[in-house]
Design a protein around this ligand. Structure first.
Ligand SMILES: CC(C)(COP(=O)(O)OP(=O)(O)OC[C@H]1O[C@@H](n2cnc3c(N)ncnc32)[C@H](O)[C@@H]1OP(=O)(O)O)[C@@H](O)C(=O)NCCC(=O)NCCS
Length: 175
């Protein structure tokens, strides 16, 4: 079967109403947390769990065509190390958050959106892309399996348990 067409367009404030609708779904809100937090601008240079924020959060809407109705949202927070002058420096890694319209889940749009993300030129300089999946999140675990992305270590956080996943990126350094 032909994989679904996916075009990623930069997130714009007028997309928020679609996201608010999707976030009424318990799985989306439960696995991704507060929408406001995902859309809030984090300060470049500030500390996160796995590094320092290297650039403003990258956010896209996934659509079937440049002007089609959105069916997905995907965001990447890029982090890196900090040098002696407090500049954020490589190796850079991206933390991914993805949501598909709950009415469209199960049709392969998630894996197709992840593939479109991997082809984004803005991510070409990242050493890795990854994230954390709640162990109860079967659709996401199945999606990663379809993409050939292996699960990493188990990690507890509060009352939740996550698998980390990491996607190594091909970069000039490896060639
Ligand atoms: C995880 C997610 C992005 C996957 O996208 P998707 O388009 O549903 O992916 P797929 O179509 O490949 O579906 C993956 C599997 O989950 C199953 N699935 C998807 N939604 C489901 C649902 N609501 N209930 C039961 N199973 C579901 C599919 O049937 C498929 O199973 P299969 O491989 O046995 O056929 C999407 O389900 C989603 O947005 N979930 C809520 C937010 C979330 O969990 N984000 C990820 C946080 S790490």
């Amino acid at each position: 079967m032909q994989p679904p067409a996916v075009v990623l367009t930069e997130y714009a404030p007028e997309d928020r109403s679609a996201l608010e609708l999707w976030w009424k779904n318990a799985a989306v809100a439960g696995y991704l947390g507060d929408l406001g937090r995902l859309l809030r601008e984090s300060e470049v240079g500030s500390r996160m769990t796995d590094g320092y924020i290297a650039r403003p959060t990258l956010r896209w809407m996934a659509r079937p065509s440049p002007t089609g109705e959105p069916f997905g949202f995907i965001a990447v927070q890029v982090t890196g190390d900090r040098d002696a002058s407090y500049a954020v420096v490589p190796p850079l890694s991206g933390g991914v958050n993805i949501a598909i319209d709950p009415l469209r889940c199960g049709g392969g749009l998630g894996p197709a959106t992840m593939k479109a993300l991997l082809a984004q030129p803005e991510l070409a300089d990242l050493a890795t892309l990854g994230g954390a999946v709640d162990v109860t999140n079967l659709p996401c675990l199945k999606m990663l399996l379809k993409l050939g992305i292996s699960r990493g270590a188990l990690r507890g956080s509060g009352r939740k348990v996550f698998f980390d996943f990491v996607i190594p990126r091909t970069s000039e350094r490896d060639e």
